[in-house]
Design a protein around this ligand. Structure first.
Ligand SMILES: [Ca+2]
Ligand SMILES: [Ca+2]
Length: 641
């Protein structure tokens, strides 16, 4: 468990979790605010009409900004969906988080605290509605194990691509959506179901403090919106490609729904005790670019008033990948009409919210509370702290920022670049060669900010794969095919003689065990360990043949799902009479990238133990995987049974 420090003790009772124990205590203690956080998936910085976007109409968001505080320098935790959500939920930057890849279901570790689990300790009702992205079903990362009383929507991000899947997920249980067949084919628009549930959650918990997290999926995805949605009529006749019109309609639908949430809070009398945030999740994607609009028809990263562009887009760490719209509104507490240039990012949400709730926060977070900026320094009783640096990493990319100075390493084959964003917001003038000492200062800090990733684990990958298939209505373009290859058994030692003597590693958390190499089931496979760290070649497996045998070869069947990670390339085989007696290999080969069974034959040799040593993988990756192994040969004895 994390160690705790007290960030700000608003109330001894709140911190001890005994809030409301007596009427006297309740009256004496300050009221903890509700928190609603609405996060749109992929809304770019310049896609609000109050920023001058020439196409997109967002009157309710513009109004929300006018009634609260809009931020010009609030940045995403990362530039793609899953990593940025992990920064948001845990208060850590992406050099410390557990979810740094964007595969769709990578899990948080079991013990990790989130905003929800912390608010839970102060008696908050906690609900999440939308796209989770921090752990597929069957993993240590599911939301109901990380502080959420309820989470309705998509756990896996591939599932979330469809607005018409046969089901969505509520606390790991499937919630069927009527007459949906996946993709764009169906009758029940999932996003309506999700937003309705969020509003109902607010109604249900109007008399207690609540945290309503809405990481909604529009305008990302397959760009679908029902033709009878009022937002479609706004753009239906525009002269843009249909996808660009659908996207625009999804933005205006989100705008309307944000308004509905604000109206609901007003109607319930909760407005003045509810802090509402609205933001994007990562930088704009330059969708629908063409010759005339190289940065996309709607210009997510182009200032419509000045033409100044943010370089890059979703997926990289230039400003275009990190700039997001951000608005905070809290009538009576946040003064209206403010525009803040405070430089902050997703890890700061957790300490901000926990401070307001009077909750102790973990001491291993990277975020800083922005309460002084939101409420004013006199109300907060202290000045707004600022970051020594902000840090991002994603795949082979790294970026670090100290004030206006940003160093970025944009990929494996390129060196570090250095920019002064105050003078050069478009990151066009690389200062790396001119300012080597300054660059060295930033890169040293970046190096210190990185720790190796430790992901959570899956207990059951089947249920997660099912959710990914649900995007396509249950058909399976990526997972285990309906028909798989099998290994011919003729000429092999009987499987019942075989056992696994030893192995260098196995992915036990994912149930990809060494014993799966001899279980006769092509749908199960062994995979070497990748958690808590990826283990590299050589990998080894020693099979006990159950007694002395003449060994003539090794038969091998690659993993039979649609993945190739770990599929064998270069291998060598040794045979010995004792598990400690292996000498030189009897044979070496390089297997090819194919799903059919392959065979390595060699001069007959006697022994009881066969050692497979894996030296490389078909795609050059670090791991090994095997669906089935068979030993070509004959027993020399009667198996000891
Ligand atoms: Ca996104
Ligand atoms: Ca198997």
């Amino acid at each position: 468990m994390c160690r705790f420090v007290i960030a700000m003790v608003l109330s001894v009772l709140a911190v001890s979790g005994n809030w409301g124990a007596t009427a006297t205590a309740q009256a004496a203690a300050p009221k903890r605010p509700n928190v609603v956080y609405i996060m749109a998936d992929e809304l770019g910085y310049f896609e609000l009409s109050c920023l001058g976007n020439p196409h997109l109409k967002t009157p309710r968001l513009d109004q929300m900004a006018a009634e609260g505080m809009r931020f010009t320098s609030a940045l995403a935790g990362s530039s793609v969906c899953a990593p940025t959500r992990c920064c948001f939920l845990t208060g850590k930057h992406s050099g410390h988080t557990s979810v740094r890849s964007n595969g769709g279901g990578t899990p948080l570790r079991a013990e990790e605290e989130t905003i929800a689990s912390l608010l839970k300790t102060a008696g908050y009702a906690t609900g999440g509605f939308g796209k989770w992205g921090c752990g597929g079903r069957g993993s240590t990362g599911v939301p109901e194990k990380h502080g959420f009383d309820v989470f309705l929507g998509y756990y896996d991000q591939v599932h979330a691509h469809s607005y018409y899947p046969p089901y969505i997920v509520r606390n790991s249980e499937e919630v069927p959506l009527a007459n949906n067949r996946g993709g764009s084919d169906g009758e029940t628009y999932s996003h309506y179901v999700i937003v309705d549930a969020a509003k109902q959650f607010i109604r249900d918990h109007k008399d207690e403090p609540f945290f309503c997290y809405m990481p909604i999926t529009p305008p990302h995805g397959i760009f679908d919106i029902p033709d009878d949605d009022p937002a479609w009529a706004i753009y239906r006749d525009e002269p843009w490609p249909e996808q660009a019109r659908r996207y625009a309609a999804m933005v205006s639908m989100v705008d309307r729904q944000v308004g509905e949430v604000l109206d609901l809070l007003r109607d319930l009398g909760l407005e003045e005790n509810t802090l509402v945030f609205f933001s994007g999740d990562n930088g704009g994607a330059d969708y629908f670019s063409n010759k005339e609009h190289p940065r996309g028809i709607h210009g997510a990263n182009v200032n419509p008033k000045t033409g100044v562009e943010y370089r890059g887009k979703k997926g990289n760490l230039y400003e275009g990948g990190l700039r997001i719209p951000m608005i905070a509104r809290w009538p009576g507490r946040i003064a209206p009409g403010q525009v803040s240039d405070l430089l902050w990012y997703f890890p700061d949400v957790l300490p901000t919210v926990t401070e307001l709730a009077g909750v102790a926060m973990p001491d291993d977070i990277d975020g800083l509370s922005i309460v002084p900026e939101l409420l004013g320094e006199s109300a907060a009783g202290r000045p707004q702290p600022t970051h020594d640096y902000l840090y991002w990493e994603l795949g082979g990319q790294t970026a670090i920022r100290m004030g206006d100075i940003k160093a970025i390493h944009p990929g494996n084959k390129r060196g570090w670049e250095l920019y002064d964003l105050a003078a050069d917001p478009s990151e066009q003038h690389d200062l790396a060669a001119d300012r080597p000492e300054l660059l060295a200062k930033l890169t040293a800090a970046a190096e210190a900010a990185h720790t190796p990733v430790e992901e959570g684990v899956f207990f059951d990958t089947e249920i997660h794969e099912r959710d990914r298939r649900a995007k396509f209505g249950g058909k399976d373009p990526n997972g285990m095919p309906a028909k798989v290859e099998v290994m011919p058994e003729e000429g092999l030692l009987p499987r019942k003689r075989l056992s696994i003597h030893s192995f260098s590693s196995e992915a036990s958390g994912n149930s990809r065990l060494a014993v799966h190499t001899i279980d006769g089931n092509p749908r199960t496979h062994w995979h070497t360990a990748f958690s808590p760290e990826v283990l590299k070649h050589p990998h080894e497996l020693v099979i006990d043949l159950g007694g002395e045998a003449t060994v003539r070869g090794l038969r091998y069947l690659a993993r039979q799902d649609n993945g190739w990670n770990g599929a064998l390339a270069a291998v060598e085989v040794a045979v010995a009479s004792s598990p400690n007696g292996f000498g030189e290999p009897v044979a070496k080969t390089t297997f090819t990238k194919q799903k059919q069974s392959q065979e390595l034959l060699f001069e007959p040799v006697q022994g009881r133990y066969l050692r497979l040593r894996v030296l490389s993988e078909v795609n050059g990756g670090p791991w090994a995987s095997v669906s089935e192994l068979g030993i070509v040969g004959e027993a020399l004895d009667v198996p000891a049974r």
